[in-house]
Design a protein. Structure first.
Length: 432
């Protein structure tokens, strides 16, 4: 045998050996069980809830703003102070408005005097007209027709002048009333009873009406905190699950160790439109759509303030003693529907024959991996409400069945028919 043939045989033997080793390793790995977390399908009490964040606010809140322009010369309250309805709050410099009232009073007096004179002239013209008409009736030869016409014309002019002066008097009265109203608006009073929760101005600043900007005109805000609300925003996918009267647990960041009870009192029928959404209403917007929801607190703290951050947990449904599986255990797979699949038992030989002879269309189905004799088999399940950690199982699983409950990575990569085993419990920190 030549040297080349020997080398060839040696190389061939090495290749066959390596190939056999690789094949054996592949078979061994294929039969190797994957470590997963196994759990049993059990009955539990589940609570479905929607969590949303927002701010604390008063049910009734009034912004006090100026109706006239003027310098603030006195502020009679302080921020945080309780006020009664009708209590004096702010004084705006009244000098220019007092001058307007004085002018209005003078104009009215002059107009009334002119009206009195016009009325006297009208009455005198009426008497002259009556005498002329009487003479013309009894002794027509003693008065000319032209004179009677001139007397009638004088009376008509006097009546017109009187009507004009009467209108001027009414105009003067209206102007005076407007001036007095503007003067009265220089003194601001509390429209409701409550707490002054915002006071952004100081004495010496100029108050202006809110023609173009509400923030510019704002002098103070009074809130009636007898009824306190938690105003939160709920995503469009969750708002359809809410109902008026739902029980709510509210946590306020300023009171970290206390949970406040409440009831759902208002659900907005339209989405909250942000300024960016309004500006780009004609364009594409992928921003999340939120709905305003109000929760009335049953036991708010006495020293609570508006605008405190809060989180509401709205309970939408409860279930007592229902079959459940971990949320992480529910996954989606392409699945072939087989006859009587809803029954959680084994697939019968007849079903297997049917699968071989008939073609079923695959579709993605929610389900869990049921473990029997160390083999994980995907099974579709129908779920109900979702609790914090578990799904209610309506159909597809039996009590005490073993399923793959974790980890997320293991379930994501798990395939139908894979061998699995219980993963060891992680060691606790500090244990020897």
């Amino acid at each position: 045998m030549s040297r080349g043939m020997k080398i060839g045989l040696i190389v061939g033997a090495v290749v066959l050996g390596v190939g056999g080793l690789a094949a054996a390793t592949a078979i061994k790995n294929k039969n190797k069980a994957i470590e997963v977390r196994l759990e049993a399908v059990q009955r539990r009490d589940l609570v479905a809830a929607v969590t949303a964040s927002g701010k604390i606010d008063a049910e009734k809140k009034v912004d006090v703003s100026a109706d006239v322009t003027g310098r603030i010369i006195k502020i009679a309250v302080k921020e945080g102070q309780m006020v009664k309805k009708g209590q004096f709050l702010i004084q705006i410099d009244p000098v220019q408005f007092e001058g307007a009232v004085s002018r209005g009073e003078a104009v009215l007096a002059a107009s009334e005097a002119a009206l009195l004179q016009a009325r006297t002239n009208r009455d005198q013209a009426k008497r002259s007209l009556d005498r002329a008409n009487e003479i013309k009736r009894t002794s027509p030869e003693l008065i000319a027709t032209e004179q009677v016409e001139q007397t009638q014309q004088a009376y008509d002019v006097a009546v017109s002048v009187y009507s004009s002066n009467l209108a001027q008097v009414e105009q003067a009265r209206a102007s005076l009333k407007e001036a007095r109203d503007n003067l009265a608006r220089t003194r601001l009073f509390a429209p409701i009873a409550g707490r002054v929760v915002r006071l952004p101005v100081e004495e010496g600043e100029v108050a202006v009406p809110g023609t173009f900007s509400k923030e510019t005109a704002l002098l103070m805000t009074i809130a009636d905190l007898s009824t306190v609300l938690a105003k939160v925003q709920v995503d469009e996918t969750d708002v359809v699950r809410l109902h008026l009267g739902d029980s709510v647990d509210v946590t306020i960041d300023a009171y970290p160790d206390t949970t406040f009870l409440g009831r759902l009192s208002k659900i907005s029928h339209s989405a909250k439109l942000s300024s960016s959404q309004a500006a780009s209403a004609s364009g594409t917007n992928d921003r999340a759509v939120d709905f305003d929801v109000e929760v009335t607190l049953s036991n708010p703290p006495r020293d609570i303030r508006p605008d405190l951050s809060c989180t509401s947990r709205i309970v939408t449904d409860t279930r007592k003693g229902v079959l459940s599986v971990p949320i992480i255990a529910l996954t989606v797979r392409e699945h072939e529907k087989v006859p009587n699949e809803n029954a959680p038992g084994d697939v019968t030989p007849t079903m297997r024959d049917t699968l071989k002879t008939r073609k079923f269309r695959k579709k993605e189905t929610e389900g869990v991996f049921v473990v029997r004799d160390g083999i994980a088999t995907f099974r579709p399940v129908k779920v109900g409400i979702a609790g914090d950690e578990y799904f209610e199982v309506v159909d597809g699983a039996r009590e005490n069945e073993t399923i793959v409950g974790g980890t997320y990575q293991a379930i994501r990569d798990l395939k139908d028919g894979t061998r699995v085993k219980q993963a060891p419990e992680p060691e606790k920190k500090g244990s020897s």
